[in-house]
Design a protein around this ligand. Sequence first.
Ligand code: ATP
Length: 252
Amino acid sequence: MDKFNVENLDLYYGQFKALKDVSIKIPDHEITAFIGPSGCGKSTLGRAILRLHEPTGGKVIFDGENILEYDKQKMKQKRSDMQIIFQDPYSSLNPRMTVSQSIAAPLLIQGVYKANEKDKIQKKVDEMMDLVGLAKRFANSYPHELDGGRRQRIGIARALSLNPKFIVCDEPVSALDVSIQAQVLNLMQDLQEKLGLTYLFITHNLSVVKHLSNRIMVMYLGQMVELAEPKELFSNPQHPYTKALLSAIPIP
Ligand code: ATP
């Protein structure tokens, strides 16, 4: 069964309707990419699915239940299953926390460990750093002492520390140096396969989605205009916006 099933989702920012009647099934253990122009609502949709922005209408069915009906407590419990990796690891990390503290924070907030269980926390932090390829010597470093790739590895470790099933990846490499983007993308792809994760991948980068995703949803002005597998979308785009988007890809 597909864990996430978005039905007729609407979202208003004041008078402005940012999402209009969006419905999409997100298949388990696959990478579903959202593409579309800047401001079309990709991030809003990713966040609305996690209730980081509160939708104004529709349903978000997860494991057979509409999570929009959950109270705060129940939603907090569910949060362990659904995480987000942000675009800019520098602004999403607390500058006053070391790498170890940043990775441990979600575990403490969710009550997986108590603050006095120092050995258990350290063991888990070491395990997560190992998983994302962060050398132990960075455990006591602060975000400003690391490069963008390493900072994003912390973001990935934080997201994975609670063993989620579903991760919204909101432009996870676009703030990184081009030379580091491929490393981080490869890491994310390896982890997705190894841990059987479901990714919702938001990006502007068409070559990334072409190679990474199982399905691509094209958004335009807050609506879904096309949904297809990469091969089909790139060879036979249907919507005029998709055609325009693909025709703008530079030929190497
Ligand atoms: P980008 O690729 O530039 O990140 P996006 O497709 O992710 O764009 P969103 O960030 O989801 O687009 O924004 C969708 C629309 O909602 C935009 O017009 C944006 O200006 C508007 N918007 C986003 N957040 C808010 C907010 N908190 N209050 C009001 N309007 C907002």
